[in-house]
Structures are given as structure tokens and as C-alpha cells.
Write a protein that binds this ligand. Structure first.
Ligand code: NAD
Length: 425
């Protein structure tokens, strides 16, 4: 099959998109006849880049750059979060959108992959400025989003509050209240019980399955967590509730360590009152990146991409890495960890709990009928366990990493859809 390289991004910057392409290269030999269609995975379906001018509190006008990428929609509408971070780039949003395609297929929710983002440091904006930014961005990407087209959700730097503004802006623009246009919104306006902790809960289920497979005990197991936001915080609480020991935590303000264990509920109060984990009195400060290399059973990267690299993979001292973040481990680091006998439960299945409960939220919004939190958590665990079992089977049968196994399962589903749908026209 002939295809030209994409002209709109550099192919040499070793960014998240190149990491994703390398992961696709690794799975291609296992796809059999479906490899004929693999180019579909290497190209986003469509990309929208928007200018977002907003009025700042001091009366000036500032412009921000925003993106919305649809990587693939064979299996259903595009679905994926919106990131507010100063380092957001097109390459990053493309990779995040592609990982959503793989993830949604891996857990079997009927979505394609999408992602959005704004190059902005939200910590430098007032609440009013963030609201205007969110509303203008939503209007600008309004030509792409909708409950049957593309359903955004929270990611780094966004949460329930931004989802409520996005829902309201979209609803105002089309003239009627449309809860199903976003997920991860507040329960009072059509959000789902259990969504807030869903990604962290899914990370915990992934760790629990890994522990069962390896014959490890979760009780008393040491856990190190990079990132204490939506994913890291929920994961910390759920591990703690199951009697695991949180020995190290980091966020953008710094890292802390306590061999005897850190109470994540108490740490959350400290973060709420001071703005970060730094200065937490019941633990020792450690250098920020040491959170990845402290001795532990479970290491949970839950911040950003490219944290475990060739430079530090040989120092990692855990038994299992469970990727809460998207893209935290580079392919070269994957190989080093594998050589050292460290198991990696990859992002594309380990952090799929969020999109799974987002799917439940979307279904509930369509039906205007809402489930109990117990039902949601039970269905979440079931979907996560089924997906992990399918991946583990391929991992054992084909003697490949869990990441390649997840890509085999997911890419097969995506490309089978392509083969069935045919090529238009
Ligand atoms: P968040 O904004 O709620 O939290 C991010 C956390 O990472 C914060 O505690 C921040 O201080 C910390 N952080 C940022 N830079 C850091 C650095 N250099 N070192 C250490 N910590 C740093 O974001 P989130 O929603 O928790 O997302 C975290 C990761 O999980 C991202 O990779 C995201 O794509 C992924 N993810 C999120 C969801 C979700 O439902 N929110 C679902 C799947 C995957």
C-alpha cells in the first residue's frame, strides 16, 4: 500500500506521535492479513487547529492555540479528553487521540479515538479567564463535537467544572440541553456516579489482576505514584483502602517519601490547603524524579508522557509498572524493563477505567436513567477484568509484552471494522 509521510509534523522530534508509531510497528507482524490496512492506524482521520482569543481580566486580549483530533471513527464516535497544559503540541494530541482508538477497542467500548487540548498554563489564569477560554474553545470545535460525533472528557488540567462549561456552551449553541456531548461532568447535570474515581479504580483493578497472575499480595505492597491529580489521587486512595502502602508520591510541586506509608486522605487535605504535595509534614522530601526509582512493588506513573526513558529505566526498582498516565514509558524503556523482568501493564488497558465509566455516563444520558454507584463499579471491574484476561491470554500465547498484546487485541478489532466497512467510495 502506498502512502506519503505526513507533512504537518516533523518525523524526527521523537515526540509522543513517534512513540505511538513505533508501537504500531511492533504490532504489525502479528496482524496477519489485517496488516494490509495498518496505514489506517498511522494517520489521524481529521485535525482541527483553532485560535482562541479571549478577554483577560485586565482588559487585554490573549490568543491561545487549541486542537481537536479525530484519530479514528470506524467503531463509533470519536472519544477522548481535553488537556490544558503549556506543553501541549499537535504531535502530543495526535498520539493521545491514537491511544484512545487503541484503548477503546481494547476494552470494547463502541468508540473511535479523539483528543483535544489547549497550549495554556491554567494555573496562570483566573477562574473567569479559564471559563472564557473553555467556552470559546468549545464553540470553535463545535463543528466536530456532539453526542453522536465526538464526546470530550477531562484530561490533565481539566475536570468536572470545565465539562459543565463545555456542556453548557454546546447546549446554548444548538438550543437545547445536551448532557451527552461530554462525559466527566458533575452528577447534578447528567454526570455519572463513580466517574471521578473511575480511572484510578481501573488502575487498581489492573494492579490486582497483575498481582493475581504473579502470585503477589496487595496487602502491605509498596506503591509509588507520580502525579496526584484525578488519576493518581484516586489510585492512591483505592490502594490504601485495600491495605497497600503508599510509600512515595509526587506532583508538579515536588516528591515525598515515607517507608511506613502515606495516608492519601490526609495528603489530599494538605494538597487542598497548600496547592501541592511539597511540604507534607509526615514524609521526607525526595528529588522529584526519584518517585520512579524508589523500591516498591507497584509503580504508578500518573502524570505525563515520557517519564520512564532509557535514562532511568535501569534504575526502576518495582515489580510491576501500572501505567495510569498515557504514554509514560518510551519503547526503549519498555525493552529495558522487560529485560530486567519488570512487568508493564500498559496505559491502553490499565487506564481505561475512565473511558469505560464515560461510556456508562453517555449511555445513561441517552436513556435519562441513572445507575447506582455500586452497579457502576461492579460493571467497571467486570469490563476491566475481561479486557485484561483477553490481553493476558495473547501475552502468554504469543510471548509478547502486555503492550503488544493489547495492541494485537485492539488493532485487530479496529482493522476488522475497516475490512467490514470497506473503503469509501
Ligand atoms: P490532573 O491534571 O488531574 O493531574 C495531573 C497530576 O500530575 C497533578 O498532580 C500534577 O501536579 C502532576 N504533574 C504534572 N507534571 C508533573 C511532573 N513533571 N512530575 C510529577 N507530577 C506532575 O490529570 P489526570 O487527569 O490525573 O491525568 C494524569 C494522566 O492520566 C495523564 O497522562 C492523562 O492523560 C491520563 N489519564 C487520565 C484520565 C482521566 O480520566 N482523567 C483517563 C486516562 C488517562
Amino acid at each position: 500500500m502506498r502512502s506519503e509521510p505526513l507533512s504537518y509534523i516533523s518525523s524526527e522530534n521523537n515526540g509522543p506521535w513517534e512513540i505511538y508509531l513505533e508501537q504500531v510497528e511492533r504490532v504489525t507482524p502479528y496482524l496477519g492479513k489485517l496488516a494490509y490496512w495498518v496505514e489506517d492506524l498511522k494517520r489521524p482521520k481529521r485535525i482541527l487547529i483553532v485560535d482562541i482569543p479571549i478577554r483577560m481580566d485586565d482588559g487585554s486580549v490573549a490568543h491561545f492555540e487549541g486542537y481537536r483530533v479525530h484519530h479514528n471513527t470506524f467503531r463509533g464516535p470519536a472519544k477522548g479528553g481535553v488537556r490544558y497544559h503549556p506543553d501541549v503540541t499537535l504531535s502530543e494530541v495526535m498520539a493521545l487521540a491514537a491511544w484512545m482508538t487503541i484503548k477503546n477497542a481494547a476494552v470494547g467500548v463502541p468508540y473511535g479515538g479523539g483528543k483535544g487540548g489547549i497550549r495554556v498554563d491554567p494555573r496562570k489564569l483566573s477562574t473567569g479567564e479559564i471559563e472564557r477560554l473553555t467556552r470559546r474553545y468549545t464553540s470553535e470545535i463545535g463543528i466536530l463535537i456532539g453526542p453522536n460525533k465526538d464526546i470530550p472528557a477531562p484530561d490533565v488540567g481539566t475536570a468536572e467544572r470545565e465539562m459543565a462549561w463545555m456542556m453548557d456552551t454546546y447546549s446554548m449553541n444548538i438550543g437545547h440541553t445536551t448532557p451527552g456531548v461530554v462525559t466527566g461532568k458533575p452528577v447534578q447535570v447528567g454526570g455519572s456516579l463513580g466517574r471521578r474515581d473511575a480511572t484510578g479504580r481501573g488502575v487498581f483493578v489492573a494492579a490486582a489482576v497483575a498481582a493475581e497472575k504473579l502470585g503477589m499480595n496487595l496487602e502491605g505492597a509498596r506503591v509509588a505514584i507520580q502525579g496526584f491529580g484525578n488519576v493518581g489521587n484516586a489510585a492512591a486512595r483505592i490502594f490504601h483502602d485495600h491495605k497497600a502502602r503508599i510509600v512515595a508520591v509526587s506532583d508538579v510541586t515536588g516528591a515525598i517519601y515515607n517507608e511506613a506509608g502515606i495516608d492519601p486522605y490526609d495528603l489530599t487535605q494538605h494538597v487542598q490547603s497548600t496547592g501541592g504535595v511539597r511540604g507534607y509534614p509526615k514524609a521526607e522530601p525526595i528529588p522529584a524524579m526519584d518517585v520512579l526509582t524508589v523500591p516498591c512493588e507497584f509503580l504508578i506513573p500518573a502524570a505525563l508522557e515520557k517519564q520512564i526513558t532509557e535514562a532511568n529505566a535501569w534504575k526502576v526498582q518495582c515489580k510491576v509498572v501500572v501505567e495510569g498516565a498515557n504514554g509514560p514509558t518510551t519503547p526503549a524503556a519498555d525493552d529495558i524493563l522487560a529485560e530486567r523482568g519488570i512487568l508493564v501493564v500498559p496505559d491502553v488497558v490499565a487506564n481505561a477505567g475512565g473511558v469505560t465509566v464515560s461510556y456508562f455516563e453517555w449511555v445513561q444520558d441517552f436513556n435519562s436513567y441513572f445507575w447506582t454507584e455500586a452497579e457502576i463499579n461492579q460493571r467497571l471491574e467486570q469490563i476491566m477484568r475481561n479486557a485484561l484476561e483477553a490481553v493476558w491470554q495473547v501475552h502468554e500465547e504469543r510471548k509478547v509484552s502486555l503492550r503488544t498484546a493489547t495492541y494485537i487485541v485492539a488493532a485487530t478489532r479496529v482493522l476488522e471494522s475497516r475490512a467490514l466497512l470497506g473503503l469509501y467510495p
